[in-house]
Design a protein around this ligand. Structure first.
Ligand code: FMN
Length: 245
């Protein structure tokens, strides 16, 4: 255990922010830390767009399902998977870009996640709170239009950053014994451990919502994975050049 591991384990999403602005210096430092993350073949397939205009933030908040903290957070960043820049470099060298490879989609998306999580850890270490906003994929084309994203670039998620005006509990995670395995994938899911976690999550939601919500993890997974989720993404991605061949 050290300061870093303690910080990592103390993470919780923040959805209420004070009015205190986040300076350019802080954002520069955070995104520089993001850039230091490992990146597939040094492709650095990430562009981070800081959205300052209130009007754009309001539109993004609405598109994300009326998530008002997109507007109230001290800063809002959109993390884009970007193969337009490596494409430019390839063509600059007289190459022919192999558009639409599934591998490119995967490495750009992984690069975004690694970069963003480095930003998150840096932000939290500087005393800021954060909340990822996957909701911007509800209407990906509208978001791409608002941010003037070119072909070969897609918005993966947003990130609210700011000084926290709340202090929520950390959300319990699955037992380590469920997630960390030795040598092979287990022959059976560990139902007993999942049920124990379900109980923990019910208690967590009950205490966090004053009894209003008391669903378990497996109930949440039933709701989440028992329905089609953002089916518009496939066509959207294909239209941007990510045809997954
Ligand atoms: C890629 C991604 C997208 C997310 N999108 C949203 C979102 O749109 N709105 C929101 O309130 N939280 C969002 N979250 C936050 C998760 O709900 C949260 O991380 C999860 O419930 C675990 O809680 P914790 O972060 O407090 O530990 C997102 C998290 C990730 C990693």
């Amino acid at each position: 255990m050290n300061e870093v591991t303690r910080l990592l384990k103390a993470h919780r999403s923040i959805r209420k922010f004070t009015d205190q602005p986040v300076s350019d210096e802080i954002i520069d430092e955070i995104v520089t830390c993001g850039q230091a993350a490992a990146t597939s073949s040094n492709i650095q397939a990430v562009t981070v767009i800081r959205v300052r205009k209130t009007e754009t933030r309001e539109q993004l908040a609405a598109l994300a399902g009326n998530q008002e903290y997109v507007v109230s957070a001290g800063a809002f960043l959109v993390f884009c998977a970007d193969v337009a820049r490596p494409r430019f470099a390839c063509e600059m060298q007289g190459g022919r870009f192999a558009q639409g490879m599934t591998e490119q989609f995967l490495i750009a998306t992984v690069d975004v996640a690694l970069t963003a999580q480095n930003c998150v850890v840096a932000a939290e270490s500087l005393g800021l709170g954060i909340c990822y906003i996957g909701g911007i994929r509800n209407h990906p084309q509208a978001v791409a239009d608002l941010l003037q994203l070119p072909e070969d670039v897609y918005p993966v998620f947003g990130l609210c950053l700011g000084f926290s005006a709340q202090s929520p509990q950390t959300k319990p995670r699955l037992p380590l014994s469920v997630v960390l395995q030795e040598e092979y994938y287990p022959a059976h899911q560990n139902q007993q451990a999942i049920e124990a976690y379900d109980q923990q999550m019910r208690d967590y939601y009950r205490s966090r919502t004053g009894g209003k919500k008391a669903s378990s993890w497996s109930q949440e997974m039933r709701a989440l994975t028992g329905k089609e989720s953002r089916p518009q993404l496939r066509e959207f991605l294909s239209g941007r050049g990510f045809s997954m061949r």
